[in-house]
Design a protein around this ligand. Structure first.
Ligand code: ARG
Length: 588
């Protein structure tokens, strides 16, 4: 389906042409003087020079041509040469009817034919998930859904951090604690136990303590590095322990992501591409891309017009070890080989921006990607506490994801339990759903690159620009529709129609903006556009609700038109929250 604004523009363009002017002048925008009109066209002013005519004359001639238009109820010229427009309610009603019947509300699917990989989540195995990973998961999941909705084929890859020093730290610490385990017996050639010799809680306790020790004790760190080296060189017992660590961590990660309603298509990790590194390095040397610098192997990635310093991309350290870069490059190679995406999107903390700039340039220079492959870095800001500093627990430690969700959940449960009609069971289930909306909307409603303040009180409030407000609005619609059905009405038999109600018309326009919003959100990879749209839609809905007798409306035709409009609004809102990655309860 065409976007509403495009249809309106077409009508005005036609009028410009009929009046003898260049068609392109007829482009229409939403009015910046809503007190005067709904839409406006400034084309007469732009055309004045070319046609040697006063803009007001041109505007007048075009307005004349629009007198009989099926689109506009009002088209008038205004000094010095504006064209002020109001659309007919019939036109809106027809548009919404078509939208309601079309699949995906008739969006134009600008992503059709495109294959995209989104690299998001990025948790590190055996390290607890913290709020930075929360942002990546929430934003990446929403982008994935938006791109899919826009018609693209999208593959979400978690890109586990499963190959670094943290693995060696854990293995070494385990060897001190449980030296009797067969994994540390070099003579052992039997089968290792199926069961991991630790639980997730132990693992989560081991890592921070080993990491602390390694910072204070150089010999300890040396040993941990040795263990990392042995693991990376395939020592059998270490490899088996590593398998256990992955299995125990991944199981726990899955639980966390399930609770967040985040789903990955691929659970690949840094370890998966280690085998390709030697070949890739050889290729980069052979083709003359990589050269030695102070013992290390690097690829220069500076450009003449750089305004900031962009250091070379290091491929191998002077001791021959691969780095975070090397792994990311090998991953790009693998993705291009196996999946061949048109675009790669990385949803990572914006502090890694320069790093990705180096990696992308290196990938282009070394032709790991095609010239037309798009590489996009979507850097997100920090989630801060009310004090403006990175979010911490009350005790001052790094905030773990589970704790944060738990706190929001408790806050929500408290509020919802005030509703005495609800059973404890239902209150709990509802609180879980609503808490997720509070956290996700609180994050997604900001432009991703900006820092934001995590404020539980504000996020869980039912007033203002919050996820909870949106859900309240949706529940309000559900309740009206239910009552209508209880009164014997059949919602599926209602039809959008003209009522002459101004606030209903405002709501109709808001609903009609869905397609344009989706296109924008996709083209700009911007979930906050979905949020802003929903907020306006919810405001229009509530305004309409407060201004209008709906269920008590005596005129049956009018009542049925209102119900149809509410039902469509609800469907659109359901679609939007789906794109943001949360859902709505039946009541709250
Ligand atoms: N594991 C990394 C971290 O916690 C994030 C990974 C981002 N993705 C990537 N392809 N490098 O910082």
């Amino acid at each position: 389906m065409k976007k509403l604004l495009d249809l309106i523009s077409e009508e005005v363009k036609k009028a410009f042409a009929e009046a003898g002017y260049e068609e392109e002048l007829g482009r229409v925008t939403v009015s910046n003087r809503p007190d005067l009109c709904e839409y406006q066209c400034n084309g007469a002013m732009a055309g004045a020079k070319k046609y040697h005519k006063a803009p007001i004359v041109i505007a007048g001639e075009v307005a004349e041509k629009l007198k009989e238009s099926a689109v506009f109820s009002e088209a008038v010229s205004a000094a010095p040469g504006f064209l002020n427009l109001k659309v007919k309610e019939e036109f809106l009603a027809d548009y919404l009817k078509e939208m309601g019947e079309a699949s995906k509300f008739g969006v134009s699917e600008p992503g059709k034919g495109k294959k995209i990989i989104i690299d998001y989540g990025g948790p590190n195995v055996a390290k607890p998930l913290h709020v930075g990973h929360l942002r990546s998961a929430i934003i990446g999941e929403s982008i994935k859904r938006i791109c899919r909705y826009a018609g693209a084929e999208v593959i979400g890859d978690i890109h586990l951090g499963d190959w670094g020093l943290q693995m060696g730290l854990i293995i070494y610490e385990l060897s001190l604690r449980k030296p009797e385990l067969p994994y540390f017996d070099e003579e052992f050639d039997g089968e290792y136990p199926k069961e991991a010799p630790f639980t997730i809680s132990e693992l989560e306790e081991i890592y921070p303590m080993a990491s602390g020790k390694s910072k204070e004790d150089a010999a300890y760190k040396e040993k941990a590095m040795e263990a990392t080296f042995k693991l990376q060189n395939g020592v059998r017992g270490y490899r088996a322990l590593w398998d256990h660590i992955i299995q125990v961590s991944v199981e726990d990660l899955r639980k966390n992501y399930d609770r967040l309603n985040v789903e990955f298509d691929l659970w690949k990790g840094e370890s998966d591409v280690q085998g390709r590194i030697p070949g890739m390095v050889e290729y980069m040397k052979r083709e003359g891309y990589a050269h030695e610098s102070e013992g290390a192997l690097v690829v220069d990635v500076v450009k003449e017009d750089d305004t900031k310093e962009v250091p070379p991309c290091m491929i191998l350290k002077s001791d021959g070890a691969a780095l975070y870069n090397t792994t990311d490059l090998a991953t790009i190679e693998e993705r291009m080989e196996k999946i061949a995406p048109d675009e790669l999107i990385y949803v990572v903390d914006k502090r890694q921006e320069l790093y990705f700039e180096q990696v992308f340039r290196c990938a282009r220079k070394t032709k790991l990607v095609k010239p037309e492959t798009e590489l996009k870095f979507l850097g997100f800001g920090t989630m801060n506490g009310k004090d403006g500093k990175p979010f911490k627990t009350r005790e001052g430690g790094v905030m773990r994801l589970e704790y944060l969700l738990e706190e929001v959940y408790k806050e929500m449960l408290g509020k919802i339990s005030e509703n005495k009609e609800m059973s404890v069971e239902e209150a709990k289930k509802t609180a879980e759903i609503v808490a997720l909306s509070a956290v996700k909307y609180g994050d997604l409603s900001n432009q991703a690159s900006k820092d934001y303040i995590f404020d539980i009180q504000r996020f869980t409030s039912s007033e203002g620009n919050t996820g909870v407000y949106l859900l309240y609005t949706m529940v309000r619609i559900k309740s009206i529709l239910n009552k209508y059905r209880e009164q014997g009405g059949k919602t599926e038999k209602t039809q959008i129609a003209v009522t002459g109600n101004e606030s209903a018309k405002e709501l109709m326009k808001a609903v009609a903006g869905f397609g344009a919003m989706i296109e924008n959100a996709y083209l700009e990879t911007a979930p906050h556009k979905v949020c802003a749209y929903m907020y306006d839609l919810a405001n229009a809905l509530n305004h309409f609700y407060h201004e209008t007798k709906i269920l008590t409306q005596e005129n049956e035709a009018e009542k049925s038109a209102y119900i149809a409009l509410l039902a469509l609004t609800l469907r659109v809102m359901e679609e939007c929250i789906g794109l943001l990655g949360f859902s709505a309860p039946e009541r709250m």
